[in-house]
Design a binder for this molecule. Structure first.
Ligand code: KET
Length: 394
């Protein structure tokens, strides 16, 4: 019955992470998956999150199904975090659902786009997170790309040119901050110009916000969100708590759709519920309640903000450390990109063969595109990584 089923080719990120776990070598270094590791190489359990977990466990009673759209306290906390006191929120123009991670929000949105914008393609940045194309194509949405990156910078002219050619009602996926995999973001002025073009051309922006807090700060990283809100047009926004609350396995995220009117927002929410019902029915309780408790408890919210600041600061320190050691070891080569790129990732420019050599010879794992998760560095392994990189670059 199943003889025709081909083997799974594997995933460029998750399968690599599995290979790392199986690698028996001492001193191996995981710079592949986008996970924040602390100075001891561990995934941190944030103090704010631990405190919230205790509160949630102590308050736990019966466990009915959540509504299809998720828990009301989670959804309103997410809206406050992302949209503050913007009039669009007060006017009831924003439909927000609790997702199963932001991947779940992307999937629900992909089904929504396929059903209600059947003629629209989605434009992805070239390059982008490896899973974007799979998620949208998995729902039957046709994908295409716009130029994004050239010679260590945003190819803004190329990006605008491509989007000027896009048919009206095309969906345009944008990384709200900390672009994955390049670590290169639009400037404030570029966002403003882009948002104007998107509105003029009647394109539908879709922000992916997976690294809020890892760029300049939790509020600062909402610049693109605010630009779109203020421009007044509709847009979609998938956001994640995996990285900024270090709750990867709890699958916490949301999807918000900012609509022209409250009446349309009501209808959009209804359609999102329909997409959810036929995918997974409703989201799980625990992680969402932990996130809601962190966000809704002023003391925990402040504690969390401080913890996010500390994670971002440590990554920046690791960028400096790697830059310093590598510049000394490989004179004549410019490693400034480690300092200017933002968020968890650096796009190293290493070839697939050099990445293979790093893994096979030195036990240092990067994604084959040359993407390095800088958050996997610490003061104990940065020298090892620099030596390995210097060796493959020699
Ligand atoms: N969007 C982007 C841009 C992203 O990098 C990730 C995860 C997600 C969404 C999904 O996050 P979720 O946990 O579903 O809320 N990226 C890392 C892990 C992965 O590939 O799943 C990564 O790029 O390594």
């Amino acid at each position: 019955m199943f003889a025709h089923i081909p083997p799974y080719a594997g995933d460029p990120i998750l399968s690599l992470n599995e290979a790392f776990q199986k690698d028996p070598r001492q001193g191996k270094v995981n710079l592949s998956i986008g996970i924040y590791f602390d100075e001891n190489g561990k995934i941190p359990a944030l103090e704010s999150v631990r405190k919230a977990e205790h509160l949630v466990v102590n308050a736990a009673g019966a466990r009915p199904y959540l509504p299809m759209e998720g828990a009301a306290n989670f959804r309103s906390a997410v809206q406050t975090l992302l949209f503050g006191d913007h009039p669009a929120l007060k006017a009831g123009r924003i439909a927000t659902i609790q997702g199963v991670g932001s991947s779940g929000g992307l999937k629900v949105a992909a089904d929504f786009i396929k059903a209600h914008f059947p003629a629209s393609k989605i434009y992805l940045s070239s390059p982008t997170w490896d899973n974007h194309r799979a998620v949208f194509e998995g729902s039957g949405v046709e994908t295409t790309t716009y130029p994004y990156y050239q010679d260590g910078q945003v190819d803004f002219a190329g990006m605008l040119d491509a989007l000027r050619q896009a048919p009206a009602r095309s969906v345009v996926l944008l990384h709200a901050c900390c672009h994955n995999p390049t670590g290169v973001d639009l400037s404030a002025a570029q966002w403003t110009e882009l948002v104007k073009l998107l509105n003029e051309r009647e394109l539908l922006p879709f922000l992916d916000l997976a690294y809020q807090g890892y760029g300049d700060g939790l509020d600062e990283d909402l610049f693109a969100v605010r630009e779109l809100l203020n421009a007044g047009g509709p847009f979609l926004l998938a956001n994640s708590f995996s990285k900024n609350m270090s709750v990867y396995g709890e699958r916490c995220g949301a999807l918000s759709v900012v609509c022209p009117t409250a009446e349309q927002a009501e209808k959009v929410l209804g359609q999102l519920k329909f997409m959810i019902r036929r995918n997974y029915s409703n989201p799980p309780t625990f992680g969402g309640q932990v996130v809601a408790t962190v966000l809704n408890t002023p003391e925990l919210n402040q504690m969390w903000r401080n913890e996010v600041d500390a994670m971002r600061t440590r990554i920046k320190a690791m960028r400096k450390a790697l830059h310093e050691v590598l510049s000394a070891k490989v004179p004549g080569r410019n490693f400034d990109y480690f300092l200017t790129q933002r968020g968890m990732f650096s796009y190293t420019g290493l070839s697939g063969e050099q990445v293979d050599a790093l893994k096979d010879t030195h036990g240092v794992y990067l994604v084959r595109s040359g993407r390095m998760c800088v958050a996997g560095l610490n003061s104990k392994n940065v020298e090892v990584v620099a030596n390995a990189m210097a060796a493959v670059l020699a």
